[in-house]
Design a protein around this ligand. Structure first.
Ligand code: NA7
Length: 553
């Protein structure tokens, strides 16, 4: 039988649990990190706040929760065994199936005994004398590690707006990102939903079917395209398997960057050509085709406008009441630069007699009373209120932990004007700390599982390199970090992304600096590889005073 968590971790001279690597978070990034580093001979320890694996897919169990990346691709690409043994049932997997996949992977890879569940990390402090991190948990536990990997997810800290009076509400309150384990019954109830991002857009059609009455409180309408979800056929699986080798090779070569360098020079196709193409994509379903419909769709305002017009036209065709259709039509920001929503019958839901849209642009919420929601014009009596109000994205979970690097400097202070990283993987002044899908990397753009995998592979290669050469610490140089941050911002500024008030920019959280957080240029993996090949350009390695000890570990 293999070693337990404690045996794996070992105990240091101080009596505190000690291991090579602490991995915070047991979502897809954390699970793969535990597996891969253990395979490479490191002692690893996972800490997870939830009672189970799955990360954001553990918590987001609201009705209709479904991934917007096709399930055949939203899977670990690195394991032929897992791929052979798991068969997705739907084109877009629902939350329950994705959670089962995470549980299956954890069991199949025998990872659970490496993870301490129901345990939230509250602080991580770099001890310069021992060159180790001291990690503290909410149970008062302490452990030390040479490396800390923050696999805490880009969409894991719920945002609940501080609306006056909410504590007085007498009905039930839910947040899509903290949905209860037990079934929620809306039958015969008057339900209010605040928020019309991806979560709201998925939940609203389901809640509408169950509830007596549904009131949707919308501040900003979103662009959404149909999922056209359906069961996968044998033919789908066969054709995926046939293309698998080419797909895996493409992962190595390309980067899912949203903005290829050629985009800026690309020609503008005639409007009718664009329209026809969008019609085809609309019938096919899914967001991927739209976002890549033309190389300059997210760069060129003229091209982007046609896509926006197309979706608005679809909304007008679908929603019978013209006033509601107009309120649901996004205006004033480009198409696809807030995360493009993918829905099933979202717009059609507003044709139901039991559904009403409240346009908060015309009548903002003023107060939540005991009986329901009061806008500037009306009062809505409700039995239940659902917050579909999103996340403190990308940096929220990192800053929720009190992380202290060299000289006691806090990550909070270091990022007071916005996150600064080198490659979205490391932070100057915080040696041996790695952030999986951190700000400044593709992060939450595209397929987050493959983004996680790449970071885990990069970190494993780096740690292996350090062990081979007896290196104790790695950290980026300040200049390399500043230059990378400038590059991330420059790429974003050449696109239409900064023209929308999205969570990519942190604007949904009061007081959060307005900084575009993901890296959306192409060539991310190539850049990372080149930096490694160039002897880890931009990084400084430290050799421990007790080099032998480092080499022996
Ligand atoms: P989002 O996309 O951040 O959407 C949150 C929604 O909540 C959005 O419509 C917000 O309107 C609305 N919101 C937030 N605060 C308020 C207040 N105070 N009053 C009214 N409405 C409010 O989060 P999701 O969970 O839907 O999706 C996040 C990602 O998860 C998604 O992109 C996928 O990648 C998975 P606003 O636009 O700010 O006016």
């Amino acid at each position: 039988m293999a070693a337990s968590v404690q045996e794996q971790a070992g105990a240091s001279e101080t009596g505190i649990d000690a291991c090579d690597v602490v991995v915070v978070g047991a979502g897809f990034g954390g699970l793969y990190a535990l597996h891969k580093l253990r395979e490479n001979g490191l002692s690893v320890r996972g800490l997870e706040a939830a009672p189970d694996v799955g990360g954001t897919w553990y918590w987001n169990r609201y009705p209709g929760a479904r991934c917007d990346v096709p399930s055949l691709f939203y899977s670990y690409s690195w394991s032929p065994e897992l791929r052979r043994e798991w068969r997705w049932t739907n084109r877009y997997a629902g939350q329950d199936e994705i959670l089962r996949y995470a549980q299956f992977a954890a069991d199949r890879l025998d990872l659970r005994r490496l993870i301490q569940f129901d345990t939230r990390v509250v602080s991580a402090t770099f001890d310069e004398r021992s060159e180790r991190w001291i990690v503290e948990t909410d149970h008062g536990g302490r452990l030390t590690a040479r490396f800390v990997i923050m696999a805490t997810g880009g969409l894991s800290v719920p945002n609940t707006p501080d609306i006056p009076g909410v504590a007085d509400f007498k009905g039930e309150i839910f947040h899509t990102a903290r949905w209860p384990q037990e079934p929620v019954n809306f039958e015969g109830k008057r339900v209010g939903v605040i928020g019309t991002g991806s979560s709201g857009i998925q939940a609203i059609p389901m809640i509408a079917q169950a509830a007596k009455q549904l009131i949707v409180f919308q501040r900003t309408p979103n662009f959404s395209v149909p999922a056209r979800n359906r069961p996968l056929t044998d033919e789908d699986h066969r054709s995926f398997d046939e293309g698998l080798e080419a797909y895996l090779a493409s992962l190595e070569q390309s980067d899912f960057g949203r903005v290829p360098p050629t985009a800026f020079a690309a020609e503008v196709p005639p409007r009718d050509v664009q329209w026809k193409h969008y019609e085809k994509l609309w019938q096919e379903g899914g967001s991927g085709g739209f976002l890549k419909a033309f190389p300059n769709i997210l760069v060129h305002p003229g091209v982007n406008d046609v896509a926006a017009d197309f979706v608005r036209q679809k909304i007008r065709e679908t929603v019978k009441d013209p006033k509601t259709a107009a309120a649901l039509s996004p205006e004033g920001y480009p198409f696809g630069v807030k995360r493009l929503c993918v829905d099933t019958d979202y717009f059609d839901t507003y044709n139901r007699a039991n559904v009403e849209l409240v346009n908060l642009r015309e009548e903002p919420i003023e107060w939540i009373a005991a009986a329901g929601v009061d806008t500037a014009k009306r009062s809505f009596d409700l039995d239940a209120l659902v917050f579909a109000t999103g996340f403190d994205a990308v940096t929220g979970a990192l800053l929720a932990v009190d992380i202290r690097g060299r000289d006691g400097a806090t990550l909070k202070d270091a990022w007071s004007e916005g996150p600064q990283t080198y490659l979205g993987l490391t932070v100057a002044g915080f040696p041996n700390l790695f952030t999986i899908t951190g700000p400044g990397s593709p992060s939450v753009i595209g397929n987050v599982i493959t983004n996680c995998e790449y970071h885990v592979d990069w970190i494993t290669e780096c740690v292996t390199h350090m062990r081979r050469h007896g290196l104790a610490t790695i950290e980026p140089d300040e200049e390399a970090q500043v230059a990378w941050g400038r590059h991330v911002a420059e790429v974003a500024d050449r696109t239409l992304f900064p023209k929308a008030n999205s969570w990519y920019l942190g604007v949904n959280i009061p007081g959060k600096p307005r900084v575009f957080m993901p890296y959306i240029g192409e060539g991310y993996r190539t850049t990372c590889k080149e930096i490694v090949a160039d002897n880890y350009r931009g990084f400084t390695f430290g050799v421990s005073a007790d080099r032998e000890r480092a080499a022996a570990e």
